[in-house]
Ligand binder design. Sequence first.
Ligand code: UD1
Ligand code: CA
Length: 466
Amino acid sequence: MAILAAGKGTRLKSRYPKVLHHVGGKSLLAHVVTAATRLCPPNDVYAIIGHDAERVKEAFAGCGIGFILQKEQRGTGHALMVGEEALSRYDHVLVLSGDAPLISPSTIENLRDSHLQQGSAMTLLSAVLERPYGYGRIIFRNGSREVEAIVEEKSLSASQRALREINAGFYAFATKPLFEHIRELGTDNKHHEYYLTDMAALLARAGEKVVALQAPDAHEVLGCNTRQELAEVDAELRMKKCQQLMDEGVTIYQPQTCVVDCDVAVEPDTVIEPFVQLLGATRIGAECRIRSYSVIINCELGDGVLIRNGCVMDESRIGARAVLGPYTHLRPGCHIAEGAHMGNFVEGKKLKLGKGSKAQHLSYLGDAEVGEGVNVGAGTITCNYDGFGKYPTVIGDGAFIGSDATLVAPVKIGKGAYIGAASCITDDIPEDALAIARGRQVNKEGWARQKREKSGVRSREAGQHK
Ligand code: UD1
Ligand code: CA
């Protein structure tokens, strides 16, 4: 199989190659590679790359597919000329478009089977579109399914423009006739490129069999040449994803407002409220509730977790029945254990929060290991950074951290220890000890009254209205 992925994607007006643009949470090419590798082993799949080839290669390093470099992108036909050496080892080759990510493995499979059964030299996938603008149109031989030619949008005559059966950009070729005739392609067209689509007319004229197979679902073949098409395909993929999750027992209210990436998994009886984003490889257990405006990236949630409104969570693990939010921020590397609570404006980074521990209000807990049953008071801050390095804070089981404590790391707080409010803790605290580290309160009787009298102000109210 060859995947055409060398083009620049001029119409996207981007500094990045077209096939690396994302829909449904992964690149266009990643979708096509996934479909391709469902049908054949990765070492029989070749991506033809060219524009910003290094970046594309890097994005797919390790997935086992091969690469063919098309240094200059002189058209889809030229892409296969460049691939001749690698591809002519096979009797047949399937050619996929790297920018049509909705294609399903079963459609590619049907294309292959129909091609082999009919013994064609070229079988192309077609689709009937309401809005065929921008696609090549298929010219059939008098009422048959045999193809005479494919005419690109820019070369259409007025009457051809009305044709709605388009070339989807997916082909099966018998390699022998393909490479026998490919050098006959010319560049006499608007873009001065070698069009792979011209192979249809070339092969047909040489007496070879060229047929079209219609895709059952026209949506599958939508290409992404413009930002608008990217948005349409993205919406399509995400709606499909929500439908799949709903079929599997997940409640999603107003799914059209939710952004769920293709690789996300959610167990039954979880409820997802409007305007939630579930991204990357996020896994969510059963009977969770994700309230509105939360964004969850690459996280793993156990069963029965409650995420209240407005949480932002990245690369973290949350144990069963934990409760987060509203407005909790988990930066990468957090592990929130079973039944733990984190409340509003609590930020974690590389935080281990033990079973049943609570940090409910306005805290920063970074590089911290917090035991079980710990109460972290409002406004507690771990001072984990001194401008040079990052240091750990360790808090033992059952400790009580009074509000507004600053814990200057590295520091250890023993099991069951107690910290007085507003303490600045710089030294380790032994188990079960009380630590207070702040100035003592001093009350000066009558001080305020005297101050006012001295400055000629009789009452506090008068002072305020002056
Ligand atoms: C192409 C077809 C058109 C079809 C449409 C379906 C041609 C000439 N036209 O048009 O009939 O309806 O797909 O989506 O083939 N590429 C290369 N090397 C190149 C040029 C392109 O690898 O030199 C790759 C692109 O990265 C892309 C694919 O080939 O993934 C298709 O190229 P694109 O420019 O998008 O062709 P379309 O104009 O969409
Ligand atoms: Ca295209």
